[in-house]
Design a protein around this ligand. Sequence first.
Ligand code: GAR
Length: 215
Amino acid sequence: MARLKTAVLFSGRGSNLQALIAACAAPGFPAEIVLAVSNRPDAAGLDHAAQAGIPSQIVPHRDFKTREEFEVALDKILRAAGAELVCLAGFMRVLTSGFVEAWRGKLINIHPSLLPDFPGLDTHRRALEAHKSRAGCSVHFVAPEVDAGPLIVQAAVPVLPGDDEHKLAARVLAAEHRAYPLALKLIAEGRVKLAGNRAEIDGKPGPLLLDPAGS
Ligand code: GAR
């Protein structure tokens, strides 16, 4: 069966890109990464793409006068690569509703909180300040609002006594590296459908929940 042609957009470290690359390298995985795109020339994630032999492009947002012009360039290279799905993996640019609508149902994001808790930045600090007993991550279809849209997969982790932002971030990041490949697999297998403002997985309302043990 043809594998789902996937593009990954990122801005920095690229550990989620690396997790997706590793998943796609497994025999029988139903998706392939056809392009990795960074908006920052110095993004460490570019090395992950190079090491895996995945084509990458840099589209520096600073080279464009407007968000729309930046997105026209982005759209062009995504379509030229034949991308059928676009994964945002630490892509720290807000996308306009025009771009989001053009890729509706084909654009997903990972966010380091159990949405709808804590959209935006500093999620781990905010989870600690709110004395949450659980934190986690969410993979969702992108909606025009930042860090919002139908949830596909969530993975929860406990908040432990003695946690600081770094310890919690590391625990959540490990969960991200399980959740994102799983979401990609489910989509590539055709098991995820958009039904209004919800995602359905195997006909059941999303999100699919991964517990801390990974089951
Ligand atoms: C990840 O924690 C991801 O969830 C977050 O950026 C980090 C990127 O790390 N994304 C957001 O906050 C989106 N709102 P990575 O470059 O190592 O994958």
